[in-house]
Design a protein around this ligand. Sequence first.
Ligand code: FE2
Length: 301
Amino acid sequence: MQLAIAGDLHGQWDQSDHALLELLAPDALLVVGDLSDGTPRIPALLRQLVQEQQLPVACVLGNHDSGKDASGHILTRQLAALGPLHIGWQLRELHPADPACGPGVTVVGARPGTAGGGFHLSKACTAVFGPLTLDQSVDRIVAAAAGADPALPLVLLAHSGPRGLGSDACDICGRDWKQPSCDWGDQDLAQAIDHIRRRRPLALVVFGHMHHRLRRGAGERRTLVVDRGGTVYLNAACVPRHLVDDAGLALRHFSWAAFDGQGLHSVAHRWYGLDGRLHYQELLFERTPSTLPVAVEPLSC
Ligand SMILES: [Fe+2]
């Protein structure tokens, strides 16, 4: 089972991505939000992708998807445009079209529209989802995960990552735009992970929001963490994801997660040419016997 993962799009999604996915033929696509600033173009393209390629797509919207509209109308329109592709606080099973590629994975969406920083609901999110408490959001994520088939690997899909993964600017959810640096992960997601892992293993947590390139030329952030329980955390927010290398070659970024019969096998950042050729790869994780989860321990946060 091959999962292609698109980090924060920020408008960079078009037919070249669809053509590339047709060549690469992953089994499913995960999208971590910040599609644009609330324009309908990309939700429509993602729906088109599902129809034309029969590619399962799961998405959780980010803070930019409200389009600076505090009334929540733009966010509501984005949710409606995505329809079943949006899985905030919901569970979705993703199965490869070819059963030989494995049984699939279960994906649970976290809180949509988050801007990270613990637990903060924007006016748009409050208008659309109601005055939700942190505990209610935790309960929704945990309840969705409780319905997951225990035989399938579980993946959490979020816009912002969880709290508890480091407080330096270069950490996977570290705040880099303002001093002092701090942990900008979400508390509800961290608590939900803690609850879920008391009951079952959690293979992978995928998110974006904190872009890879740090402010003021301070380098790149850490984009993968494996905790003591064997859960892998991936920040997929390579922004911009459409880029041109020094040789003038147009590239498209996807993060890539491969599962086999034993669970998560490998995770990488990949930069493809438009012809489907893999030009650069950063292998972030590859399972060895010592990285198989041996115990389920709560995430300290
Ligand atoms: Fe973003």
